[in-house]
Design a protein around this ligand. Sequence first.
Ligand SMILES: Nc1ncnc2c1ncn2[C@@H]1O[C@H](COP(=O)(O)OP(=O)(O)OP(=O)(O)O)[C@@H](O)[C@H]1O
Ligand SMILES: [Mg+2]
Length: 278
Amino acid sequence: MQNSNINNSILPGVKSTIAISSGKGGVGKSTVAVNLAIALVKEGYKVGLIDADIYGPSIPTMLGVRDEKPKLVKIDEKNRLLPVVKYGLKLMSIGFLVDNNEAVVWRGPMAASALKQFMSDVEWDELDFLLYDMPPGTGDIQLTLTQSIPLSGAVIVTTPQEISIIDARKGAKMYEKVNVPVLGIIENMSYYNNPDGSKEYIFGTGGGAKLAEELGINFLGEIALNTNIRLGGDEGKPIVLRDADSTESKQFNEIAKNLAENVKEKEHNQPKLPVIEI
Ligand SMILES: Nc1ncnc2c1ncn2[C@@H]1O[C@H](COP(=O)(O)OP(=O)(O)OP(=O)(O)O)[C@@H](O)[C@H]1O
Ligand SMILES: [Mg+2]
């Protein structure tokens, strides 16, 4: 199946759509997604973020918008949802619309259909980047989701640990199967900075870079294990805003720049596909 062409009438104003993915759960996808999205906003890009983790939406908490609701408006006689805006970022999450317990029992096709509505019924307007915070795993649900959204590419988040790398490899293969290019690997929780300045490699070392080399894709960078990153998520103000001058924020900014460059390069090298008018 070919779905890497984002010249899709369902998202006409969106230049690039990127899935933030992993194989293993809890490696920091959502944390990476919110920080990268805001880092891109700070670079001057127009950015949207879709919480595609229908079963465990964490974006509303991580951005401090748990009580917000998207507004419903009529445009050209059609009902349209306006994304929630926070820190200059346009957001959509199932967490805004349904009780968490309700979504938990949905089957894959229902989740995919909710996600499709986030694209077809939401007024995204013009965006340079639309990021998707994906649910963990490489099973049927994830495969259905990747086939339901027009993706320019995917980014795989992993920790250096072997069990995470094995699942990250599976994640990369899943995107290969649906012809979505993997734009790069991000290694999260790479090390802990000890107070004496030395580094503690809690989850091992070098796994992310090695996997990138093995798969012939870019290594976009590493992020330390840091209390303020966790606090930023819990308090609804990501570290790139909370401690904008910290080393960790700089790591996120650097990765965002690498990613934007990668995407531009890919687009430049790709022959332009004709836009199909419907
Ligand atoms: N670099 C980091 N330093 C410290 N804490 C982190 C870091 N990255 C993520 N965390 C914390 O680890 C926990 C899991 O992170 P997160 O929710 O982003 O993972 P996830 O991959 O999205 O999880 P899931 O698979 O459940 O969607 C959160 O409490 C988050 O604040
Ligand atoms: Mg998550």
